[in-house]
Design a protein around this ligand. Structure first.
Ligand code: ADP
Length: 675
């Protein structure tokens, strides 16, 4: 036994056992950890073989004789010894102090030390004693982990930058493809050419959807999705989504229906774009996977539990009568890149990302998404989001429809039971007496029997006798001025109305409660609506011959110039063109503009710089132009950069006519208010 490690006296010896002294010594001698006693001036009083071995010495004696100053010989960083002493003075012990040690052969290892100070009667430190553990392997693993994490973070950053660049690179030419195809479709074409142009346009659209899905998905995956928080009219957001799907539903002869409970707040603050995205996706799926029947969107709201909380939970339900989803596939629905089955994929197309993104977005907005489905019967997707209700927002009514419409008698003729229920409920909430029938002949029977109504809503698509046929029959019985009729049709069917006297108004499906009320109120006023006027929304509302506002387009890409100028022309604006920031600055010096559409990336001077200079040169006021960024990047940071540079709004490329109309309308409205 090595006498240098014998440090204890003890009793309790039993016959046949080693003495307690020997046992104490054995612990130190054979311990796996290094054990030591050292003096405050840095010499070892005692070390065990494990410590000597750890530090690369052949024996405890060698370590003790060769190391005369621990801080200089053992510690890689001598300052650690000062820290050690400071802790000892302060606490009397250290636990798990980690530092690097230089072994005899020069190799550097990591150790963890736990020790205490042993003091004399006066409290002077006599020596330190404790344990040392070799933690080099753990440290290396930690280092590797850290390096891997840093590399992953770097890669993720590079990925998102790459996506931003790719998004720009792909969207820019897409702008040309989609924009030009739309313009082509608006020109005189043979049937075959129209077919081709339509395919180009549709292919462009689907390509864009795929790009957007992938971009969104990677943004969500890397936690880089930023939700907006702005006030918006909920109805507009919902109806925007419905309008997008209406043509597709009409093409498939599906009933696209919509009901919104009376207590749903008019205005909320939240992320309108993302909410619409979820709706478009769910409605899009419902229309895609339904061959006949209906797709119904219902919206309700409920307060978010606690009192004084102005937030509401908006509950959305999208129900379809489509192919349904097999039970065993339900679990995969919200998983990335999985579609219900491969043959479905081939038949219907899609990335399989839509639901994943939608559910995650709902989650980010404080809600969730659930699904119920039965094969062959249909599916119900429910989701909720939490939004702040914006108070004191009067309902968008012109006069009080309750008093104007109360007591009026409305006849509803529609073969779709859900739509009859929706329209009847709407009529009742406005105090009307509604009668609903499921077919034209039934309606004619009722009218022939002498029953009278103030007005009727007729569905266009009904078996046997459609809305127009029914209207013709009704006109034999009642004159237009005593019994105005409203036709409810899908887009594309208005051409069927050859006689403007037949219908007082024509509403497109899905019917929007506010629109129906508005139309009926106008009928009460006996204001005759031209059959087409209720269609005039968005782009067509703006499409009047030459408008007085001065518009400047700043864009370097030749194709994009053409697309944007032609679209502006269609909206009634003859715009000037500047091909870069420098030219744009010259143009605004020569004359004042109301609206400037500014591309972001241009040679010589980019859009941001040009905007900053314009803003610096033109003082705030009415003559200050509204600057709208044209951006090919879908990243929120870029939008923020636009706003920071002094831009007022932005428009994503590829430019769509409706979006352009909307952004210009916003600008003109804002200017009208400012003036
Ligand atoms: P995709 O872009 O491929 O449609 P989604 O995530 O939106 O991706 O949908 C995933 C899959 O879920 C679809 O491919 C389809 O098989 C199924 N699915 C989604 N909605 C419906 C629905 N309303 N009816 C039937 N199947 C649906």
């Amino acid at each position: 036994m090595n006498p240098s490690v014998i440090a204890a006296q003890g009793g309790g010896d039993s016959p046949g056992w080693p003495s307690s002294l020997e046992r104490y010594a054995s612990i130190v001698q054979n311990a796996v950890e290094g054990i030591f006693q050292s003096t405050p001036d840095g010499r070892y009083l005692l070390v065990n073989p494990a410590l000597a071995n750890m530090y690369g010495y052949s024996s405890p004696q060698e370590l003790m004789t060769q190391v005369q100053d621990i801080s200089r010989t053992i510690y890689v960083d001598p300052a650690v010894r000062d820290e050690f002493k400071r802790l000892m003075a302060l606490e009397g012990e250290v636990r798990g102090l980690e530092y690097q040690v230089r072994r005899k052969d020069g190799e550097i290892i990591w150790v963890s030390e736990s020790s205490r100070a042993v003091r004399d009667a006066e409290g002077e430190v006599l020596y330190y004693e404790g344990f040392v553990e070799n933690i080099t392997r753990r440290k290396r693993a930690e280092d590797e982990l850290r390096a891997a994490k840093e590399a992953a973070e770097l890669a993720s950053k590079a990925k998102s930058q790459f996506l931003a660049v790719m998004s720009h690179e792909i969207r820019t030419p897409m702008n040309g493809v989609i924009g030009m195809a739309s313009l082509l479709l608006d020109s005189p074409l043979t049937a075959e050419q129209r077919d081709f142009a339509e395919i180009i346009r549709q292919s462009g659209d689907s390509l864009l959807t795929v790009i957007n899905d992938i971009l969104d998905f990677s943004k969500i995956e890397s936690g880089r999705i930023d939700l907006e928080n702005e006030e918006f009219i909920l109805r507009d957001c919902i109806e925007g989504a419905l309008d997008l799907l209406a043509p597709r539903a009409a093409e498939k002869k599906l009933d696209l229906l919509y009901e919104i409970a009376g207590d749903v707040p008019v205005m909320v603050s939240g992320d309108c774009t993302r909410l619409r995205q979820i709706l478009v996706n769910l409605l899009g799926n419902a229309v895609k996977f339904t061959e006949q029947g209906e797709v119904v969107l219902s919206i309700k709201s409920e307060p978010v539990a606690s009192a004084g909380d102005t937030r509401v939970r908006l509950l959305f339900k999208v129900r379809d009568s489509g192919i349904g989803i097999p039970q065993e596939a339900m679990g995969r629905l919200f998983k990335s890149f999985s579609q219900v089955d491969a043959s479905t994929t081939r038949r219907y197309g899609g990335t399989g990302l839509g639901l994943v993104i939608s559910k995650r977005l709902a989650g980010l907005m404080g809600g969730d998404m659930l699904v119920e489905s039965e094969v062959g019967k249909g599916s119900v997707f429910r989701f909720s989001v939490v939004a702040e209700a914006v108070p004191n927002m009067p309902a968008p009514c012109y006069a009080d429809p309750r008093t104007m419409l109360a007591g009026r008698r409305l006849l509803i003729v529609d073969d779709n039971a859900t739509n009859r229920r929706i329209l009847t409920t709407l009529a009742r909430t406005h105090g009307m007496n509604a009668s609903s029938l499921d077919s034209g002949p039934a309606a004619l029977d009722l009218l022939s029997s002498g029953e009278t109504f103030d007005f009727a809503i007729l569905d266009m698509q009904m078996p046997d006798m459609d809305g127009v046929m029914l209207a013709k029959e009704i006109r034999r019985l009642r004159l237009p001025n005593v019994f105005p009729l409203v036709l409810l049709s899908s887009l594309g069917l208005r051409d069927m109305i050859t006689d403007p006297e037949m219908f007082a108004a024509c509403l497109t499906k899905p019917t929007k409660p506010a629109q129906i009320v508005e139309v009926l109120m106008k009928l009460v006023h006996r204001e005759r609506l031209a059959a087409t006027s209720s269609f005039a929304a968005g782009a067509s509302a703006l499409a009047k011959p030459l408008r007085p506002e001065r518009v400047l387009l700043v864009e370097d890409n030749r194709v994009n110039q053409k697309v944007a100028l032609r679209m502006l022309e269609r909206l009634g604006f003859r715009a000037d063109l500047a091909v870069n920031g420098v030219e744009a600055l010259k143009a605004v010096e020569q004359q004042s503009y109301d609206i400037i559409l500014m591309d972001m990336q241009m040679p010589e001077m980019d859009g941001l710089e040009a905007t900053r200079r314009m803003r610096a040169a033109i003082p705030a006021g009415v003559s200050r132009p509204t600057i709208i960024a044209l951006t090919a990047s879908a990243m929120a940071e870029d939008r923020e950069r636009c706003m920071a540079a002094g831009m007022d709004d932005y428009l994503n490329k590829p430019i769509e006519l409706d979006d352009l109309a909307a952004v210009i309308k916003r600008a003109l409205d804002a200017r009208a208010i400012a003036a």
